[in-house]
Design a protein around this ligand. Structure first.
Ligand SMILES: [Zn+2]
Ligand SMILES: [Zn+2]
Length: 169
């Protein structure tokens, strides 16, 4: 006589070998048959995938919106003479070389930011102050780091001016 067992899920009587092994059960087999387990993991994957996709869609639209706003600010400083900071940017030849799409791709793919949380408190800094907003020249840093960088840059500029003077003498 072959040993059968009733699956608690589909209520069918099946051979013991139709159940996965389990050390926890007295008969050494799981309470749910192999077919039911397969269905479960299929459902789980499907639900999980749908959840993940909707999360990613929503999430990427949030970061996309955030970066569009920041790109608009950059563009205004560089291209709109009426912007209050234009004279420090577009007015001194600082160009924005990103389209909004390129900016988004660069920040997300190259710089690796994938959430607004990681970005919103950071300021955008141009590593080379006389170059524009372009790949390789921008980074996101905290306000404190930003102030320190500009202090450092001013100091270097002053000491460069001093040494030029010395060489001139
Ligand atoms: Zn079953
Ligand atoms: Zn800066």
């Amino acid at each position: 006589m072959e040993v059968t067992k009733r699956c608690y899920n589909c209520k069918q009587h099946k051979l013991l070998t139709d159940f996965h092994k389990s050390k926890r059960e007295n008969d050494g087999r799981q309470t749910k048959c192999k077919d039911c387990c397969k269905e479960d993991s299929k459902d789980y994957r499907k639900n999980n995938q749908a959840y993940f996709q909707s999360w990613r869609k929503k999430h990427s639209s949030i970061i996309h919106g955030h970066l569009c706003q920041r790109w608009n600010t950059i563009r205004a400083r560089c291209c709109n003479p009426k912007h209050k900071k234009y004279k420090f940017y577009g007015g001194r030849g600082i160009r924005n070389k990103f389209t909004s799409r390129e900016f988004y791709d660069y920040v997300v793919d190259e710089l690796g930011y994938d959430s607004v949380e990681g970005l919103k408190r950071l300021e955008i800094h141009r590593k080379n102050n006389s170059r524009g907003y372009e790949p390789g020249n921008i980074e996101f840093i905290t306000k404190g780091q930003h102030i320190a960088k500009h202090k450092e840059m001013r100091k270097n500029k002053e000491s460069a001016a001093r040494s030029r003077k010395l060489i001139g003498d």
